[in-house]
Each structure stands twice: as C-alpha cells, then as structure tokens.
Design a protein around this ligand. Structure first.
Ligand code: ZN
Ligand code: ZN
Length: 885
C-alpha cells in the first residue's frame, strides 16, 4: 500500500480527523507494527495489560496506551525488533455481572439458562461488544501488533492455563480444602481479598444478654451482626480480663436457640471492644473461625450461599434474607428483654467490587495456590534487581505485600472462564488433573468421571500473560525470541492484582523473570486533585477529546504532565494547549515547505563549518536537545523529555531560528537561501523524529510532505546527537539577550509594535560579531536600520533608555521611541491625578473626627490609598525627570 500522502501541499490548519484514520490504516497494512525476528538483535517487548472485554476506553487506558506507545515507537525507531502485544481479558466475574444484568432485564437468571446456554450468551455478547475496547485503542494510535492479538480464553492462552495448573498441582502448590473465604451472595461465588472493597459505614452495636446455664444472671456481648448469633458456639473473653476470669469454663444458654455454649478465653479478644465478651460464630467470621479452631468449637453454618438463613438457623428463620433475619432476631430478643442497649457504631463493611453486595465470610470447599514458596523467589528477583520497579519507592510496597501474602483462593463458582482441569471419579473418589480432557479416571480407569464445575479466578490466566501470549508451554519461535519481555507498564493501583502474580507465576513456570522493568504510572486527577468520575461530573471522555482536539493533543497533554508513579492533573486547558502546539508545529512546517527550493534532497546533517552563526547555533542546540531527550527517555522521564521537545520547537526553532532564517533568506544570495532552507529542513526533520512517539499523526503527516528518505517516519531512524558548537551557542545567546532586552524596553515604554526605533550599541570586543549580524538584530528587535549604530564605544545620548547585557550596552534614544512632548504631557496629567488622590486621602486621615468615628477597615483603606498614590507619584516624577532633563 503506498503512502496516503503524495503531495507537499499543506492545508492551512492541522486537521486531525482528515489524517488519523488514514495514517493508522496505512501503518498497520504496511506491516510497521509487526517486528521482524532478527537473532542478532535484542528485541524490545511489551505485553499490553489486557483490558477487560466489558470495558470502554477511559482516561486511565489512554494513559497506559500512550506511555506504552511512546516506549514502543522510540525503540522501533532505534532499530530494535519491537513487539507490543495486545489483547483482552475475559474478566470472569465482571463479565458475569454485565451479562447477568442483561438477563435480569428479560426476567431471567443464569440458572434459568443453564451453564451451556449461558456460556453461549456470553460469547455472543463478546462478539457484539467485547471488541469495542480494541477498536478504541486504534484510535489512540497504539502501534500494537494486531496479528499477535490474544484473548485470555483463546486456545493458546487456555492451554497455558491448564499446563500451569497441572504443574503447580504436581508440585504440591495447589490444594483443595474447606476454608473461610470472602463470598458474594449475589454473584454466588468466592472472591479474593482484593475483590472486596472496604468502606466505613454507619451501623449499630447491639448489646445482648446471654444467660448463664448454671447460675443466675447473664453476660452481655456486643455485636454488629445479631443474625449471626444463631450460629454461635461459644462466648470468648480475654484470658487476662479480671471481669470474666472466674467464668471461663462455665456455660451460657444461647438465646432464641437454647444451645449450651462454653465461655472460652482467647488472646484474640479485644477487652476494649463492647463489654470485652464476644460471641463466637466460627462459620461466619474469620477471627471467630480461628478461635473456633483453637478451642475445637463446632461450626454451625446458618446461611445459604445466596445470603439467606439455612435450616441450621432454626425453622423460624430459615429462608429469610440475612437482613430480614436481623430484624426478626432483634424483635424476638426485645420481646424476651434480652437487648440491653443499642449504640451507633461506625464499622468497616466489605462489599463485592463487582456488584456492591455486602460480602459474607463463608467456609467453603475451594482450590488454593500455596503462595509462600512462590513469593520467595519473586521477592528475591526484585531485591537482587533482576526486576527493577520504577519508581523505586514502590519496591517497599511490593515487599510488604509479598512478605505478608496469604494463600490465594483460585476457584470461582462461576461459568464464564477457564474451567478447573480436575476430574472426580465416582468409583474410586480419586482426582485426575490433566491438560487435555481425559475420558477415564487416571487411578482406576473408570469412565464415570465428572469435571469440577468451578472456573479459575481471572487473575490466574492474567498472571501467565507475558508468556501464555507467546505460545508457552510450546517452545515457539515467538516464545524463544520475545520472552522474557522488557517492560511491564501499568497503573500503580494494580501492582498486587497483577504484577506480583505475573512475577510469581513467571518464575515458577518459565524459570525466568517475565520482564526486566516494571513501570508504574500514577492516577489521573482533575485540576482540583479529584479522581475523574461520572458521579462528580468531571469525567473526560478520551474519545470525545479525540474528536474535538485530535489524538496527538490528548496523548501529549496526558504524558507531558506525568512523572513515574505520581498522580497527574489533567484539564481541557492542557489538552487545548497541546492542540495549539500541534498547530504551531504545522504552521512552522508550512513555512519550511514553502521555503524549500524544488528538488531539495532529504535532510542531512550539515557541515557546521559551512553554516552561518544562527544556523550553527540552532544545529548545536538541536544536538543538545537530542542528547537530553535520549538521556531522559533512558531514565523513564517521558514527561520531561516531551516538555523539552515542545520548548525547543516552540521557542528556539519557531520564535528565533525561523525568524532569523527569514532575514537570511531575504538577503538575496542564492547560496545563503539554499543553505538556510536546508538547515530548516534538517532541524524540522529531527524534531519530527523526536516528537513522533508523542504525537505520531501530525509528525507523520508533515514528514510525508517533506523531502525524505525511506517510507515512513514511524520506521525512520531515531536521531543521534551530532556536533556541538559552544562558541556559536554563546554568541547567538548574546544576540538573543540583546534582542530580549530591547523588546522589554519597548514594552516598558509602550512603543507600538511596528514602530522601528533608534539604537546605539557600545559593543566593546563584540563589535565585529554584532556588526556581522546587524540585520538579524535589527529585524528581531524592530530597529530602524538607518538609525542603528554599532561601535566599540559610544557616548550615551541624552534622554535614552539603557539595556545592559554583559559587556554590551544598548542606548535607545527616547525620541526615537515615542513622541517626547506627548509623553511629557501625559505624564504631567497622570501626576496631577495622583496628587489629587493623595491630597484627598491625606485630608481624610488628617481629620481627627474621621479617624475616630470611621470603622477601622475604612481608615485602613484610606491609608493604603495614600501609600499607593505616593508611590505612583514618585515613579511618574522620576520618569518625567528623565524625559525633561
Ligand atoms: Zn458480587
Ligand atoms: Zn477412579
């Protein structure tokens, strides 16, 4: 496919909508996103964190994609075989939530459909909506290799999941057992600690009397969840608590139920909470579960998986929803006068991350990964810097989490996901774990086997992502060449969900660190530091921004304000400023294109010796920029590198060099014109290369209109720093300082912009330099060439403004800048006005009765007025004295 831009003509303004789709399609179909395997070169590889298929592109995805695309485009231009592997995550529980919501609209549940039809329904949903997010990534300009796109549930990834499960099981690192897990009654599944969101909520603390079995009286226990008392099997106190010491070993009668329960002493009880005596419900609280194990207490599970009371709760309560049961338990206790008092109480409530239902601790039969033996090598990999976390301070967070890691519950009672590859034998009760579906029991050969109905936690498959995507466990060419990957880039908020699991599973499965670097970016916030959210009404929709300002503007605004690991503020003003920058660059390029003589060859690094001073200066400054950007990118300072590129293009290139080049080109000499034009082309070409990773579209659209070698900017070589010329940089800096000084004086004296003014420059040793560049100085500073003198020394003229830059002094005769008499008249009028104000304020302040009676604030205001008028007056008088000498 040939380049979509076959013209040097440039429309008046940069129109992103005209170019973006066209350029993207062309890059993709030309194969620029696909790396060529070259054994002689070390590849650069990023696996994109797979977004959920339920997702739509939000500003966080835009940040992730922008940073990754910058790294990828930069390395591709450096000539490294570069692979950015995209894909999506089946997002087991999240997808369930979405599809079950749809079913609910039809009055159906997943149980009405049954497993097979439900799974069909989800695949159908994925077909229709599940690809939206990958389409949106294209609009961001993400240069991923779509030919290698993966889905966590596709054949290649599913094979890896089974292989990993079997290897971990065979190594004794996966086991099954009854343990307490977090349970969502709405989703009907176990969920991990990380999928429970804890929030402080206002609740109540009920004080309930538990009568003694063998003596009169009672012990009062406090609870936030009275309905769970139906499952109590003890009351516990702290062993050192003098209030209860004598009662330990005695029994109580559990109200409403009538069960005899013991009083036990356990260190886990906090004597400060409530009355210091707590009810123990081993089936419904993780701490009680542990207490129960220590004291051999029975476990009475009074709830069903859907959050209702079970038969074990007694026939009066069985079948009630857990919150209805709470009301009834309280009513019954009150009827028996067993509620002593009720207090308001703030408590932390855990809710399911997916559906916001209050999560319930629940004992159930689940599969677990034994994490300690996996965590140890994962900790060592970071400690020994085989994996570097950027910024480094997140290492502490990582170590802290990994050192306290608990076994990971990996089974989910859901249907959408990787079904657990375990078969149970109905004859010998044996387990068969296999990577391909077996047709008989591996122990007794019976065909009477059934697969475990549960699916694996989504993070189990995402934890294999860096190598499952490349074909592992097959020794594919891709796996051999591209693994281990180079960078894992993600927001710091999912370091535990994902990064930690990839490191553990990567080391355990492949024996290698899955990546060399972990780059963590911060969250994006609004101008006031708030998170973007629909409920706050401050959300910025990346696709709307792209429609309005263009992809380049969004990308540039996102990344130039960011530093690794820190939160970033984003506003529409910043995006607008980035759009203005794209326009500025477009306009500069239009000038360069118009200045190029026909058949100008592609940009080449010029021979410094053949250049004029401004040309040597800009080329040397460009080379300094290349050096600096290179250094910044290598140290992950993407934001600062982008900022410096913008500063150079906008300031040194557009504001100074293009203006100086116009003077050179006006000079008439054909050689000069050609040389200046070629310098413009060289600097612009290199700037486009530096900026391309940030603003891929506008840079490619311009580059295609310049004389160029090679097909496309996206695969052009990354610029290398060339010769510097310190002398030229100093000399031109002096000229710039002089021009700035004169411009400041002009604005101070309010000289009209187009008025050409007189100047006398006492240049000392710089006389030859300034004389040589007289024309440029005159043009940039707005000097009248017929009244502009440069000499070694000169006598200061009367009535002039003075600008001093080092050893050079510029005298600007005021008569040349303004109409002296008019200025004197104006100053006199202003002085008279200031005098009047001062007199008025002073007379009030001299008036004793005013000072006494007026409110203090009014008097204060008059004092300020007087002081301000006095200051204005002295300034105007000294200005008048200068003019009227
Ligand atoms: Zn839920
Ligand atoms: Zn068997």
């Amino acid at each position: 496919m040939s380049a979509p831009i076959q013209t040097t003509e440039m429309p008046k303004t940069w129109q992103p909508a005209l170019h973006e789709q066209q350029l993207y399609d062309w890059w993709e179909s030309s194969g620029y996103f696909r790396p060529r395997i070259d054994p002689a070169k070390k590849p650069f590889v990023i696996c994109m964190p797979p977004p959920n298929i339920t997702g739509a592109l939000h500003i966080g995805h835009a940040m992730t994609a922008t940073i990754e695309d910058i790294l990828v485009r930069w390395h591709r231009m450096m000539g490294e075989p570069t692979l950015w592997l995209p894909g999506t995550d089946h997002a087991s529980i999240a997808t369930h939530a979405v599809v079950e919501r749809e079913l609910a609209k039809e009055g159906l549940t997943r149980w009405d459909l049954g497993r097979e039809r439900f799974e069909q329904r989800v695949w159908q949903w994925r077909q229709e909506y599940g690809r939206r997010i990958t389409e949106q990534h294209r609009r961001l300009g993400a240069s991923c290799d779509w030919s290698r796109e993966r889905f966590t549930l596709d054949e290649v990834c599913s094979r890896a999941v089974r292989e990993a499960f079997k290897r971990l099981y065979d190594a004794g690192l996966i086991y099954r057992g009854y343990y307490m897990v977090n349970w969502c009654p709405r989703c009907g599944t176990a969920i991990s600690d990380l999928e429970v969101v804890h929030r402080e909520e206002q609740g109540k603390l009920w004080y309930i009397r538990y009568p003694f079995a063998e003596r009169d009286g009672y012990i009062v226990v406090a609870t936030t969840r009275p309905e769970t008392m139906l499952g109590d099997t003890a009351v516990a106190v702290h062993p050192a608590d003098p209030r209860y010491k004598d009662f330990v070993g005695e029994h109580l009668i559990l109200p409403l139920v009538g069960r005899r329960i013991p009083i036990v002493a356990d260190e886990a009880v906090d004597p400060e909470f409530g009355t210091g005596a707590v009810k123990v419900t081993p089936a419904h609280d993780p701490i009680d579960y542990e207490i129960g194990r220590r004291h051999n207490l029975p476990v009475v599970d009074v709830m069903t998986p859907d959050g209702r009371m079970s038969e074990a709760a007694g026939s009066r309560y069985a079948g009630l929803d857990r919150f209805q049961a709470r009301e009834m338990v309280l009513k019954d206790l009150q009827a028996e006068r067993l509620v002593e008092r009720v207090e308001e109480h703030v408590l932390s409530i855990g809710r399911c991350q997916r559906c916001d239902t209050v999560a319930e601790p629940r004992i159930s039969l689940q599969w677990f990964v034994r994490t300690k033996p996996l965590a140890e090598p994962a900790i060592a990999a970071v400690r020994e810097k085989r994996i570097e976390i950027i910024p480094e301070r997140f290492e502490r967070v990582y170590f802290n989490w990994m050192e306290n890691i608990r076994d990971w519950c990996i089974s989910r009672q859901l249907w959408w996901g990787h079904r657990i590859p375990v078969w149970y034998c109905n004859e010998c009760q044996g387990l068969t774990v296999a990577t391909t579906d077996p047709d008989s029991c591996s122990h007794c050969g019976s065909k009477n086997i059934e697969q475990d109905p549960d699916v694996l936690d989504t993070w189990f498959s995402s934890g294999l992502w860096p190598f499952s995507t490349l074909g592992w466990p097959e020794e594919t060419e891709d796996y051999r060449y591209f693994y281990p990957t180079t960078v894992l880039e993600t927001g710091y908020d999912i370091i535990f969900f994902w990064v930690a699991r990839m490191i553990m599973l990567g080391l355990a499965m492949t024996g290698k660190e899955p990546f060399r670097y972990v780059y963590l970016h911060g969250l994006i916030r609004d101008e006031q530091g708030r998170k973007f959210s629909k409920s706050l009404g401050n959300a910025i929709d990346p696709l709307e921004v792209i429609d309005q300002y263009g992809t380049d503007a969004l990308r540039f605004a996102l990344v130039t304000n960011s530093t690794p690991g820190n939160d970033t503020k984003l506003s529409l003003q910043k995006i607008e400023a980035a759009r203005n920058f794209a326009n500025k660059l477009w306009n500069a390029a239009r000038f360069v294109v118009s200045a190029l003589p026909a058949d100008t060859p592609p940009a080449q690094e010029p021979d410094m010796a053949a250049l004029s001073l401004p040309e040597r200066w800009i080329v040397s400054r460009l080379h300094a920029l290349i050096e600096s950007v290179d250094r910044l990118l290598r140290s992950w300072q993407l934001g600062e590198a982008g900022r410096q590129i913008e500063e150079f293009i906008w300031g040194e290139f557009c504001d100074w060099f293009i203006e100086a080049a116009k003077v050179i080109m006006r000079g008439g000499h054909a050689d000069d014109r050609q040389r200046a034009a070629r310098t413009l082309l060289y600097v612009l070409d290199r700037c486009l290369r530096l900026l391309h990773p940030y603003m891929p579209f506008v840079t490619e659209a311009i580059w295609q209109r310049l004389p160029h070698e090679g097909e496309a900017l996206i695969v052009a070589s990354w610029p290398s720093p060339g010769a510097r010329d310190a002398g030229a940089e100093d000399a031109f800096a002096l000229i710039m300082d002089l021009v700035r000084g004169i411009r400041n004086a002009r604005s101070e004296y309010r000289v009209e912009p187009h008025r050409r003014i007189q100047a006398l420059i006492a240049a000392g040793a710089y006389e030859p330099l300034l004389a040589e560049h007289r024309e440029i100085i005159a043009s940039l500073a707005g000097l009248d060439e017929t009244a502009f003198v440069i000499s070694e020394q000169c006598v200061a003229p009367e009535k002039s403004a003075t600008v001093v830059v080092g050893e050079v002094t510029v005298h600007l005769p005021l008569a040349g800048m303004l109409d002296l008499q008019a200025e004197v008249d104006r100053l006199r009028r202003e002085i008279a006005e200031a005098e009047r104000e001062l007199r008025h304020a002073q007379s009030l302040l001299d008036n004793e009765s005013f000072v006494k009676r007026a409110p203090a604030s009014v008097v204060e205001r008059e004092k300020e007025k007087a002081a301000r008028a006095a200051e204005t007056l002295s300034r105007l008088r000294s200005r008048l004295a200068e003019l009227d000498r």
